[in-house]
Design a protein around this ligand. Structure first.
Ligand code: AMP
Length: 571
């Protein structure tokens, strides 16, 4: 591979798992983390020594130390919601930045040089605020975002590269942990064009897990929201494992340890399909909208690609097969495909010679517009109308201009509220923020302003204003975005975050094994629990002797024993 001193990395920053990849002479390649795994769970938590653990160790500690651990924070990107780790509250951008820091360190260890630029994938349906929050997360991790790439576009790039001289129309169904995206792409002699995107930013595999956790709780006679945080986390963890089992088997059975007693739970695929049917139904609308926006019929689609771990669910595969009367493709692992595509985009950005003949265009998934008022009588206005400016599924980058004038001649400012969405009323769309447009001059002067909106290739919005009287252009800052951090606050937090130490990579394997053993101890009862307890004591004894060879050998042995336990049955 080419080890140039400047390498862009491709990152899939997922709700449940994240991955990093690079583009090499042999094509896109995934990079393993310090545990030798490609999937780094998007989980973060404080370890016993006060250093921050990222990935598998943190995920396992969700069970044993829920108050010190956080996961699934991608759902809160672009909101003011904070999650508490120990005594400190963090925003989603900050928690995500720890995952990005860890992936960056893995890439640097693999490449042998530092990395400061990345292509990061986001759900196509992420709005402007969520996209800007992702860029802030990268900045917190010391990474410049070369481009945000929509997840289904990345997936199609990875697939398209396999058949770059072909000609086909793809539909990509991407059901991740927390988001659902559908995209339609056309590929023709290396030129790949996104025709339409649709989705739901609040629908994912985790909703299926929540529904199953409720059902398991019902079987045991508890409500997940009424149990302790620890028991709730265990019940959810169990529901997640049983859900995954149902992708392979018609039934899953397990025992849940509650108040020292093993309580049996079970679920058949039929019952699971019944309780998750309302969630499954929500998948249909974005699929139909993407097809109609692309002015196609289901028969026009040559390839149906499924992406995201949750498309492994039987009912999801069945739905897609039924809708398109053919089986979806998943020749590339659905967990890997987005990161591989992000690496292809990184290769394109770096003008890698192996990608000379590949061109990629994408679209904006939302309509962008602003609030207008209609005059309904003398001095009377009807507010709250949505005036579209850039229609959804316009190819990006795109720039549109419009001239606006104040309602009253002695106004000094226009406060223009910008929205994303498809409803004719702004109240039903998402407020991106407000533009404060200063109006200079007296009541007799022309106060009209030309506004130019640009969606860049990352789907991020910029607005420029040019007063017609002066023709002096200014770039306007969109203010008051609910859910985004002001610049000064970003600088403050950047300082505080850089002081937080992440657990050293070379000790990660030990921390991960301890976390896994403790989770197993918590989850089990009786003899099994005693055996796990002995393994913990044994490994801690070995660690205290600080002999690297002995530690490595013990870790391998214990890893095998605990692996057998976990395979035996669900805890
Ligand atoms: P992603 O964000 O693409 O990593 O998707 C993660 C989601 O996929 C989570 O909700 C997982 O529980 C779910 N998932 C992963 N593997 C499977 C599987 N084999 N069967 C069902 N769901 C799965």
């Amino acid at each position: 591979m080419t080890a140039s001193s400047k390498t862009l990395i491709g990152i899939d920053l997922g709700t449940t798992n994240s991955l990093v990849a690079v583009f090499t002479d042999e094509g896109p390649r995934l990079i393993a983390n310090s545990l030798g795994e490609f999937l780094t769970p998007s989980a973060v938590g404080y370890g016993d020594d006060g250093a921050l653990l990222v990935g598998r160790a943190a995920k396992d500690r969700l069970l044993t130390h829920p108050a010190q651990t956080a996961a699934r924070f991608k759902r809160y990107m672009g909101t003011n919601h904070e999650m508490t780790l120990g005594k400190k509250a963090f925003r989603a951008e900050e928690l995500s930045s720890f995952v990005l820091r860890s992936l960056r360190a893995d890439a640097e260890a693999f490449l042998g040089h530092s990395v400061d630029e990345a292509v990061i994938s986001v759900p196509a349906y992420f709005n402007d605020i969520q996209r800007k929050a992702t860029i802030t997360a990268a900045e917190f991790a010391g990474l410049k975002v070369n481009r945000l790439i929509n997840e289904p576009t990345a997936a199609a790039l990875a697939y398209g590269l396999q058949d770059r001289q072909g000609e086909s129309t793809f539909l990509v169904v991407d059901l991740g942990g927390g988001t659902f995206d559908v995209s339609i792409l056309e590929m023709f002699s290396g030129v790949m064009e996104v025709r339409a995107s649709a989705g739901d930013a609040f629908l994912g595999g985790e909703d299926f897990t929540d529904a199953l956790a409720m059902e398991l709780g019902r079987q045991i006679g508890i409500k997940p929201e009424d149990v302790s945080r620890e028991d709730g986390a265990r019940l959810r963890g169990l529901a997640d494992r049983m859900k995954v089992q149902l992708s392979e088997a018609p039934e899953a059975r397990a025992e849940f340890a509650l108040k020292g007693e093993a309580r049996p739970v079970s679920i058949t695929r039929e019952k699971f399909d019944e309780i998750t049917d309302p969630i499954l139904k929500r998948l249909r609308l974005p699929i139909q909208r993407a097809i109609s926006d692309a002015s196609l019929r289901a028969d026009d689609l040559h390839r149906i690609i499924t992406v995201g771990g949750a498309t492994r669910m039987h009912a999801v595969r069945q739905l897609v097969t039924r809708l398109f009367k053919r089986f979806p493709e998943y020749s590339i692992d659905p967990d890997h495909v987005v990161a591989l595509g992000a690496a292809v985009q990184a290769g394109l950005a770096a003008r890698h010679k192996a990608l000379d003949d590949v061109v990629m265009t994408d679209v904006c998934p939302f309509t962008l517009g602003f609030e207008t008022s209609i005059q309904v009588g003398e001095g009377k206005y009807e507010h709250g109308q949505f005036s579209p400016m850039i229609e959804r599924n316009t190819v990006v980058p795109v720039s549109k201009a419009d001239i606006i004038s104040p309602l009253h001649p002695n106004q000094h400012e226009i406060a223009l509220r910008i929205f994303q969405g498809e409803s004719p009323f702004v109240k039903d769309n998402i407020l991106i923020g407000t533009l404060h447009i200063p109006l200079r001059g007296g009541p007799k002067e022309d106060k009209s302003v030309e506004l130019r909106y640009t969606y860049d290739t990352s789907g991020v919005l910029e607005v420029e204003a040019t007063p017609l009287a002066t023709k002096k252009m200014e770039r306007l800052v969109i203010e008051g975005n609910p859910g985004s951090l002001p610049r000064a606050e970003i600088e403050n937090r950047l300082k505080a975050l850089s002081a937080i130490k992440i657990h050293p990579r070379d000790q990660h394997e030990n921390a991960a094994l301890i976390a896994r053993l403790r989770a197993a101890f918590e989850n089990s009862l009786g003899d099994k629990r005693q055996s796990v307890g002995r393994l913990i004591a044994e490994f801690e004894g070995v660690l205290s002797r600080q002999d690297v060879r002995e530690i490595n050998e013990a870790r391998r042995n214990i890893d095998q024993i605990i692996g057998n336990f976990e395979r035996d049955d669900v805890f």
